[in-house]
Design a binder for this molecule. Structure first.
Ligand code: GTP
Ligand code: MG
Length: 316
């Protein structure tokens, strides 16, 4: 994965890449050519060449598919998808077994619907042995709202039979102070992921900073473009490193909806179109309800779950 193995790329370019925090071939492949051009100050043409070279190298190494592949190959790749339990059997059933790797799962819902609780639970369950629905792996958590609670994670870990200190040691945490910082953190994720053992990347929330920073109609196009780039980066990370990516999203009232539930996720089409799966959470008295929304391969059904000392849990 070393930049050294990328033939035909001169030392000057390599130096620029390293200075821009792009330390490996995978690091190149998770960025778009446009980003590469901007990051190291080369023209778009050269950036495309560099990008393609990195992708080809990964194909050679068996880390990526080459453009056209027989459907059977794609099927085999899909067979390498792994699943992380949500903590609730019911909820897992809704997802066909749990949160998938190689995908971006968007979780949206109103305040208190359990988005952050789900994220923290997944940071624990990803560490569980495979026969308990985990992947014996670590998690990376990017927090934009400052609502990650290590004490709560420790409680969930203990309730699920893990050593709380060890469980916390297996989670890498970063607080993102604004959208640019959030993008920077995600661009650093690649070099962490290369050291094996990560199977979950959480961004709670993916949209909040963009929403707060780009106010007014005049900035909407810029916001959507930045958000689009961010979401695509997450998708590439999920695919290249075979990790599950979970992002949360708030809902806003849609004043034009008179019947049914007047909540809609923010971020418009961008987040919706980039996410592989979308889950809508809502409160129902003491309990919660999860619904799978526009999935390519799941029926649109609803399941109840609850939040206990074990994090996300089944109703008793
Ligand atoms: P916003 O980030 O505000 O949009 O909300 P959210 O969807 O992230 O909600 P969150 O996951 O923070 O859920 C909050 C709810 O989880 C609370 O209303 C409680 O019902 C429940 N909860 C939070 N902490 C605990 C806890 O330690 N134990 C239990 N049993 N429930 C908890
Ligand atoms: Mg939250």
């Amino acid at each position: 994965m070393d930049l050294e193995n990328l033939e035909g790329v001169g030392p000057a370019t390599k130096h620029k890449l390293v200075n821009a925090g792009i330390r490996s071939i995978l690091d190149i492949a998770i960025r778009s050519p446009q980003e590469l051009a901007g990051a190291i100050g080369i023209d778009l043409n050269r950036a495309y060449k560099l990008y393609n070279k990195a992708r080809l190298k990964l194909v050679e190494m068996g880390k990526l598919d080459a453009g056209f592949v027989p459907a059977i190959e794609y099927y085999k790749k899909r067979m390498t998808i792994e699943r992380i339990t949500t903590g609730s059997k019911n909820f897992d059933k809704l997802l066909g077994g749990g949160i998938e790797t190689q995908s971006v799962t968007e979780v949206y819902g109103e305040y208190g619907s359990g988005k952050t609780q789900l994220c923290m639970t997944l940071c624990v369950t990803v560490q569980l042995p495979r026969d308990k629905g985990g992947l014996e792996a670590k998690a990376i958590y990017i927090d934009t709202e400052g609502t990650f609670r290590p004490e709560r994670v420790a409680e969930i870990a203990e309730a699920r039979g893990l050593d709380p200190k060890e469980a916390l040691a297996n989670i890498i945490y970063a607080k993102a102070y604004n959208s640019a910082h959030q993008e920077l953190l995600v661009s650093e994720v690649g070099s962490l992921m290369e050291k094996d053992g990560y199977k979950l990347l959480v961004v709670d929330s993916a949209v909040a900073h963009y929403r707060a920073e780009f106010l007014g109609r005049g900035t909407l196009a810029d916001r959507q473009q930045r958000l689009n780039r961010f979401m695509h980066m997450l998708l590439r990370i999920g695919e290249v490193y075979n990790v599950a990516v979970v992002v949360t999203n708030q809902v806003q009232a849609a004043p034009d909806v008179f019947f049914g539930d007047p909540s809609r996720p923010t971020g418009g089409h961008v987040v919706a179109h980039t996410s592989t799966y979308r889950i809508y959470l809502r409160k129902a008295g003491k309990n919660r309800i999860a619904r799978m929304v526009d999935s390519p391969c799941h029926p649109e059904v609803e399941v109840p779950f609850t939040i206990t000392e074990r994090g996300i849990d089944d109703l008793k």
